[in-house]
Design a protein around this ligand. Structure first.
Ligand SMILES: [Zn+2]
Ligand SMILES: [Zn+2]
Length: 202
């Protein structure tokens, strides 16, 4: 599919709107989600039938939420702090899953791009450097949209026990701040049940 066609697609636009900008990470998350959904032969999860496990909290994670319908609040979007561009998509009913991980050396080292990122992060970029960065950033985002999926990611069948559905349990007031708290998150401190927030500020 041509880049202009992908950019015009409603699902891609939704990802950009949700995330706030177009960037290489968003493109990666979009492509990985598409590949994952294809593997699962499933439509967008309306409730909890798909589970997504993301191993990064970078830009790509936002595209995964939009594309799969898995969200943090439903308990079917699980974050593992592994610092890897890797995603696992599971179908809760069939138990089929796939792990999609970025191949090494996919993103050819672009020294100019890296240099500009550094300048922007340290607030020392000039206006023209900022413009140059924007152009390079967009170019990379578009390249990722066009690349064959096999050049971007390794896809491997995943066998993971499907995590349990979002838990709903009654709350009890914390013995210190009085705020209603999930009972399983309270712990005993000198005979009264204290929430985690109060424990860390004690
Ligand atoms: Zn981004
Ligand atoms: Zn408390």
């Amino acid at each position: 599919m041509k880049t202009e066609d992908i950019l015009a697609k409603e699902d891609f636009q939704k990802c950009v709107d949700f995330h706030g900008h177009l960037c290489p990470g968003l493109s990666l998350g979009y492509r990985a989600s598409q590949a994952g959904l294809k593997w699962l032969r499933a439509a967008r999860a309306s409730d909890e039938e798909i589970v997504a496990i993301v191993e990064t909290d970078a830009c790509c994670a936002d595209a995964v939420q939009v594309m799969t319908g898995c969200t943090f609040g439903k308990g079917n979007f699980i974050y593992k702090d592994h610092g890897k561009i890797a995603f696992t998509f599971l179908n809760r009913e069939s138990g089929n899953g796939v792990r999609i991980a970025l191949k090494p050396d996919v993103m050819p080292g672009d020294e100019r791009h890296a240099h500009l990122i550094k300048k922007i992060q340290t607030d020392s970029a000039t206006e023209s450097e900022r413009e140059e960065f924007k152009k390079l950033h967009k170019k990379r985002s578009l390249e990722i949209l066009e690349m064959p999926i096999a050049d971007l990611f390794n896809l491997n069948e995943a066998k993971i026990e499907v995590p349990s559905k979002a838990r709903i349990e009654p709350s009890k007031p914390c013995g210190r701040c009085g705020e209603p708290t999930m009972a399983s998150k309270l712990s005993d401190l000198n005979g009264s049940l204290i929430c985690r927030g109060c424990q860390t500020s004690l």
